[in-house]
Write a protein that binds this ligand. Structure first.
Ligand SMILES: Nc1ncnc2c1ncn2[C@@H]1O[C@H](COP(=O)(O)OP(=O)(O)OP(=O)(O)O)[C@@H](O)[C@H]1O
Ligand SMILES: [Mg+2]
Length: 138
């Protein structure tokens, strides 16, 4: 997507049109032209209020209003199918964000939702995510 439409994405970012930007680490590198993870974060973070970058089994980083927050990935005993990991991470994060949870909790909610989706085939949750959040995060 970024190879084809990168200039359009970059124009939206430069125009201040993006409130929350989600990317995985490969997309971050493609978008910024910086292969180094931290250099990519440093280049992009000042341009969006909230930047969330996922890095598979290494968890995720958010830079929100200049402050950096990190979350580890949940331990998944058997990764079955990673389709939907990024989408469910965003879903969990946004569910917290919409309820004005702390960025740390938003990240944790993303990690819990993503871990559920990669534990089985298909990109729709099979567990009750509300119950799962309560169990894992209180
Ligand atoms: N092997 C793993 N073990 C535990 N959690 C994982 C694993 N892979 C991904 N995750 C979780 O999913 C989140 C998103 O993963 P990733 O960075 O691979 O996104 P993505 O590349 O957008 O995924 P997708 O395949 O859906 O496009 C990670 O931040 C992490 O919380
Ligand atoms: Mg993705």
């Amino acid at each position: 997507m970024i190879e084809r439409h990168g200039d359009d994405f970059r124009a939206l970012i430069e125009a201040g049109q993006i409130d929350i930007l989600f990317a995985n680490k490969v997309e971050l590198a493609a978008l910024t032209g910086k292969p180094d993870f931290d250099a990519g974060l440093a280049a992009l973070a000042p341009k969006v209020p909230v930047l969330v970058v996922t890095r598979s089994e290494d968890g995720a980083v958010a830079i929100a209003h200049g402050e950096r927050h990190e979350v580890a990935a949940e331990t998944v005993s058997h990764v079955v199918d990673t389709t939907g990991a990024g989408d469910l991470f965003a879903a969990g994060f946004l569910a917290g964000y919409a309820r004005k949870a702390s960025i740390h909790r938003c990240l944790a909610m993303g990690a819990v939702a993503a871990a559920e989706i990669i534990s089985h085939y298909g990109a729709r949750p099979e567990a009750d995510l509300k119950a799962l959040m309560a169990e894992k995060l209180g």
